[in-house]
Design a protein around this ligand. Sequence first.
Ligand SMILES: C[S@@+](CC[C@H](N)C(=O)[O-])C[C@H]1O[C@@H](n2cnc3c(N)ncnc32)[C@H](O)[C@@H]1O
Ligand code: SF4
Length: 455
Amino acid sequence: MLDFSKFLKYSKPGPRYTSYPTALEFSSDYEYDEYIKKLESQDSSRPISLYFHLPFCRNACYFCGCNVVFTSKEEKMLRYIEYLKRELAILSKHLDVNREVLQMHFGGGTPTFFTAPQLKVIIDEIKSVFPNFRDDAEISCEIDPRHIDEAQMKVMSEAGFNRVSFGIQDFNEKVQIAIHRVQPYDVTKKAMDLARKYNMHSVNVDLIYGLPYQSLETFKETLKLSLSINPDRFAVFNYAHVPWMKKTMRKIDETTLPRPDEKLEIMQYTIDFLTSHGYRMVGMDHFAKPEDELFKAIDKGELHRNFQGYTTKGGADLIGVGLTSISEGIDSYNQNFKDMKLYEAAIEDGKLPFERGVVLNEDDLIRQFVIMELMSNFKLDIKRFEKLYNVNFKEYFGDAIEALQPFVEEELLVINDNKIECSETGTLLIRNICMPFDAYMKKHVSNKKTFSKTV
Ligand SMILES: C[S@@+](CC[C@H](N)C(=O)[O-])C[C@H]1O[C@@H](n2cnc3c(N)ncnc32)[C@H](O)[C@@H]1O
Ligand code: SF4
């Protein structure tokens, strides 16, 4: 095993690059009318990828960084469905809804806090607004295994959902108690059996490393148990600890968190373990079986990264619906209100609940390409890049190349005239490797309360 302590110097705040520029650059200077113009001028021949944010959960998992509304009130959830319907109706005035839908994702929160009949109402409404789902559309839902029943899985299966993602995080009881999420193995296994019974084509499980009381030994057991339910994909996230942004994270005793070198060791072990059991690494935190379509996409250079992680469905405009959801066009990111009252008020006004976003300039687009290539494929074909953007890589990115020299010297990275490529260990530090290409990093460097630590 490598001595990871020499990489401790790389443990610093850094983005996860689900977008570039990152959400810190989203601003309300980008105004509603400009957003509407962008939406209305989208190329109708491009397909659509839909994201629905269903934000409700009953109890807080202390580690949770998602945009969640905690409630046990059914009337709140029914009210939300009404506003979703109204948002869709307004959207249909600004967008050609007959465009092909090639992907739809329900995220949260916990979408399965909605009952089976409620989920059916939401799905039916979406399909009546967007009638052209492709036959092979990828339709997926995030599921908390503690909150899924057969009727819900049946509704989703009948509506064409073919992928589900289960949150596990960790199977160790001490860890589960510390994160306020007790989820016995049997509960997860039952959820998996339901997914298989209803022919979900692909089942992902989420794990997190870096949680309280985790060690290499406890995580080995979590990996073993997770493998025993035979998921098609694993997402193994680095715990993003941002207690200045998320109050519930303050309930986590920081002295119980594993050290950065322990975390690197856990991730290195995870890579070795999953690859020795037939999975391959995809991007920063995903693993899939080699026959997974993600690998065909890698070979064709078509793997993309967006707010939901990695996807094969590039070339589509992402339309986000619901509280806090983010849309992504060719040259813009657009986010809905995070505050329920403001979200509802905009819709009452007959407007889309757009709050803020960013329009990408030429330099943003160039850097976005480089960063997304590195985040997805751990390498960049410099010649291809130069042809696409008509710039000289070494001239344009002189300072980034210089800043990356320590990585080259430590054999974490190769840079030559044709390519940039991470070594296997370098992939663990991919966020650090992308940061020199990020034009906005300098602005945030002195502020420690921005991003989670890279390691
Ligand atoms: C919306 S949840 C998944 C669905 C469901 N709510 C659940 O928890 O099972 C999205 C996933 O994000 C990951 N996640 C949430 N907060 C995180 C954090 N602070 N750091 C890293 N991953 C996080 C978890 O793995 C979680 O399963
Ligand atoms: S991890 Fe999932 S279940 Fe837990 S609070 Fe976050 S969204 Fe809800």
